[in-house]
Ligand binder design. Sequence first.
Ligand SMILES: Nc1ncnc2c1ncn2[C@@H]1O[C@H](COP(=O)(O)OP(=O)(O)OP(=O)(O)O)[C@@H](O)[C@H]1O
Ligand SMILES: [Mg+2]
Length: 154
Amino acid sequence: MRASATRSPISVRVVRPIDQAVSREELERWGEALGATLEPGDLVALHGNLGAGKTTLAQAIARGFGVEAEVTSPTYALAHQYQGRGGILWHLDLYRIGGPRELEQLGWDDMVAGDAVVMIEWPERAEAYLPVPRLDVYLATVPGDTTVRHLKVA
Ligand SMILES: Nc1ncnc2c1ncn2[C@@H]1O[C@H](COP(=O)(O)OP(=O)(O)OP(=O)(O)O)[C@@H](O)[C@H]1O
Ligand SMILES: [Mg+2]
């Protein structure tokens, strides 16, 4: 069982602050390292504008978590489930959700309360349902350079 009250917040446990422009390769290495440290019940919120690299990062995190299946964008299904070394990994993309009340139909409560690791693109669409503790990762395109992205974890 997840003893959330006794766990360190994920952001404290697994990552040092980062605030810099990164190449795709650097982002993928960072994601794989993060994925290797995730534990049951961890939630990673992937913030960022269209094309910022959220899915690219989610794929790297999944590789680091030991997912061998191909990880594709859950644009239409909204949620994809994978098996990793440490258990179940959910990858959600809430871009197309009609509103936070639709989360219930996705099985949201079980996803976020259980032992699965959860990665969420467009997490702000969950509004007040977005759980804490969580790791907030911020990606952004960089004007004038299409090959790098700004990566920030506070
Ligand atoms: N430094 C970089 N980091 C990540 N992606 C990069 C980088 N440079 C270029 N790219 C490209 O940017 C695109 C990012 O697309 P991706 O689907 O990961 O973004 P997204 O944030 O998930 O978009 P959406 O909001 O549509 O879901 C990919 O085609 C990727 O190859
Ligand atoms: Mg995406």
